[in-house]
Ligand binder design. Sequence first.
Ligand code: SF4
Length: 815
Amino acid sequence: MPYVDRIAEPWGTRTPYGPGEPWPVRVDSFLESGLRAQDVERWVQSATILHSNGDGLDIAVKDGRVVGVRGRAQDRVNHGRLGPKDLYGWQAANAPDRLVRPLVRENGRLVETDWDTAMERVAGRARRLLDEQGPSAIGFYTTGQLFLEEYYTLALIAHGGVGTNHLDGNTRLCTATAAAALKESFGCDGQPGSYTDVDHADVIALYGHNVAETQTVLWSRILDRLAGPNPPALVCVDPRETPVSRAAAVHLANRPGTNVALMNGLLHEILANGWIDERYVRDHVVGFEELEKRVRDFPVEKAARICDVPVDALREAARLIGTARRLLSTVLQGFYQAHQATAAAVQVNNVHLVRGMLGRPGCGVLQMNGQPTAQNTRECGADGDLPGFRNWSNDAHVRDLARVWNVDPMDIPHYAPPTHAMQMLRYAEEGSIRFLYVTGTNPAVSLPELVRIRSILGQERLFLVVQDIFLTETAQLADVVLPAATWAEKTGTFTNADRTVHLSEKAVEPPGEARPDLDIFLDFARRLDLRDKDGAPLVKWGDAEGAFEAWKECSRGRPCDYSGLSYARLRGSGGVQWPCDDEHPDGTERLYADGRFWSDPGHCEDYGRDLVTGAPLSDIEYKALNPDGKAIIKAAEYVPPHEEPDGDFPFWLTTGRTIYHFHTRTKTARAPQLQRAAPEPWVEMSPADAARLGFTEGDLLEVATARGAVRARLRVTSMRDGVIFLPFHYGYWDRPDGAGPGESPGRAANELTITQWDPASKQPVFKTAAARVSLVTASSGAPSQAPTTAASRPVSADVPATAGGADAQAEEVMR
Ligand code: SF4
């Protein structure tokens, strides 16, 4: 059997294929040391949870423990492949420091207790605050890693039971702009495209999307197209050199914060050359004239000057995109975590609308997600929106949801847009939110400006509940910690970025007294005695399948219609894309194939926003656009970032991810192969900047902004001059201080980032901040420990290549 070190070779062996051909199968697997496939007692169906790609896998079980994973050959998403985080990350479930008993704070310390005591403390505080201050004292902050059933239950508890508008997920940090951009252009959330568009596209444009590291299996699919006959041309927009930019026909390394200028330049060139589908625009789109007017005075020369990219490269990118016969575009954090996030992402949609490139094989937009179940957070309303993509400002939609939940419409808060995470933290800072229930996420590392976040979460007057599988930095600040089960220890469904629904079955028992998140939510609802308008229990299900069946009814007739699905239908399947209903019993590969959109004022999920100010439009303003089932082109003017480099802080600081870690490393740092591959943070800088400042590879540097400082060793890469990069995964739980830096120098990138967000999507700005860099100690000759395999590849040939070694050999079987 061929074995490959998948730390050293993250994308595995190539299986080339040509346009329109099926992507070959390659089954990847990794088992605990010394085990072979025949030693496995059971294989249990599931999917991947450490990124948003949603690859089908089977969990290997022996002696009641998870002992490995294997890709599912029949799955439509991955055809058997897995990425490094999937192959090694499952080991976190078996980590010895899992939370196994509830904890409560006594005399300033967290001490073990029983479930009844912990839950009574949680429910008791919630009841008291509801009596004294009302629902606005209560906030819920969840994640992109629970299951659909759990989000739907949480949304019902928060919106239909407690009656608070303060509900969001950490998906605000990754996918809020995806949702916002889809709503602005198409009237409704939901990806138009499908991963199978990779099989057909002749041009793939990736905007701020280092897919090689964020969705490794999708990149494998693209690499296999590149290795086959008639490969697609790639256009890459990214200030860093990445595996994507190295494979691209055109790489636009624009100055941070200039994405809208870049898009306006591209659109100007596309329109000026007449690369538009006039019929499609006439029949299916409104707003074209506004776009024409907006980009008329934005020639590529002007865009190139603002973005600081070669004008010929911009022109060539426009030619490739403008003349593609099948164009696939993908968008992620480089666009989403910026000050004009939605405005820029919407311009990518506009390219497809003016080119008529939607609803056909190879013609799709993937406004990507960051997390495995981010899509469900949005669909089920755990990001604060109303479930089933209902419009909070359309009374008919609120009434319809009230019918489904059997509550009074006035009990569902819809007086204002839902409170986004950054605003919830502000309310907690000001003292109006007094109870914050955090599930499966770690804001004490992931939110911007951590000094402020730690002080908000650590306040005496805020009752903080954290439900998680480990004692994270956030959990260490909590009043009550509830030990949760992880993915292999419970059953549920989840949906990936191309709308593919997977079932994940329980494979093993949770450790100690840990419980599935769903069970804990049901317990909370019971203790609050939440009732519907007839006095019956509000939450009418007691298990995951019951929750799924209820969700099917809630989604029936909505764009994300699950009514044709069931656990039985998903069991054994290779994933099904919603909508799946009587009309589409096998699911739906691409949305909007008929050129009709969910934009009719009575149907749309949102009336949209002003892209510059973020002000919500009224129904009257929306109707004036006259969408009537057509897509909406929204133009945007370029506005410079709020904070730009100056004499004191001369660098652009941008933060991001590495291929080997997920979010705040809660799970991936507990997988030895992943942790060894990227054991500590680093700072990237271009060769010219390093030479100018006299720095060399491995020097310990201090990076500072107006908010704080961190220390990290230097990796010199082919980065854009004037820009530095820090990975954001690293916090403090595995350092002596625990919850924060304490007396030691900081290392979490978010010590430095700014409390600002995109006005439309409310996604925080992680990609632009002004920073300075100084030397702490020179390197003794040892390089930084940044991985060499991906974007942090060193310019120096002397740095040893990242490898996993003997315990990272994963099996690959070609079929
Ligand atoms: S690393 Fe965290 S914040 Fe970033 S995309 Fe992934 S889940 Fe979202």
